[in-house]
Design a protein around this ligand. Structure first.
Ligand code: DQA
Length: 149
């Protein structure tokens, strides 16, 4: 059974209490549950990790590259949080590790401040999804299966 890795970046550990008008009231634990259920329906296994540190996310992308190459992993759902808008290092990691990534955002970043419209992840992602709330993580897991299956 292949794994889908779900990576959440900075501040996403605060889901549920952080700006609920923007991000809703569901928590990171809900994200995990939603991803597990979506993966199970597709005959996959979801593994969910969160870090506030860019280097940690990069290390996990590299690891995902190795596991995708060996056929153990299908791909990655990545919500890089604010690093989306700043991190050339994450861009390079995804490109270098040749990992199929679905970029995901809880909020519709394009309907928000202009600084959220630029993404360093989008040019190296297979697909980009945003604005479907916490439940959208399940759709993003399904998207990994769709683009890699
Ligand atoms: C976010 C959008 C980003 O602009 C923001 O910095 C986040 C969360 C989202 O899921 O909507 O931390 O990635």
């Amino acid at each position: 059974m292949k794994t889908v890795l779900v990576l959440n970046g900075p501040n996403l550990n605060l889901l549920g209490t952080r700006e609920p008008a923007v991000y809703g009231s569901e928590t990171l634990a809900d994200v995990e549950r939603i991803c597990q259920q979506a993966a199970e329906r597709l005959g996959l296994r979801a593994e969910c990790r969160q870090s506030n540190h860019e280097g940690q996310l990069i290390d996990w992308i590299h690891e995902a590259g190795r596991l995708c190459a060996s056929g153990e992993m299908a791909g990655v759902v990545l919500n890089a949080g604010a690093l989306t808008h700043t991190s050339i290092a994450l861009h390079d990691a995804i490109k270098g590790a040749a990992v199929p990534v679905i970029e995901y955002h809880v909020s519709n970043v394009h309907a928000r401040e202009a600084f959220r419209h630029k993404s360093w992840i989008s040019p190296v992602a297979v697909a980009v999804m945003a604005g479907l709330g916490v439940k959208g993580y399940g759709l993003a897991v399904a998207a990994v299966a769709q683009v890699t299956g």
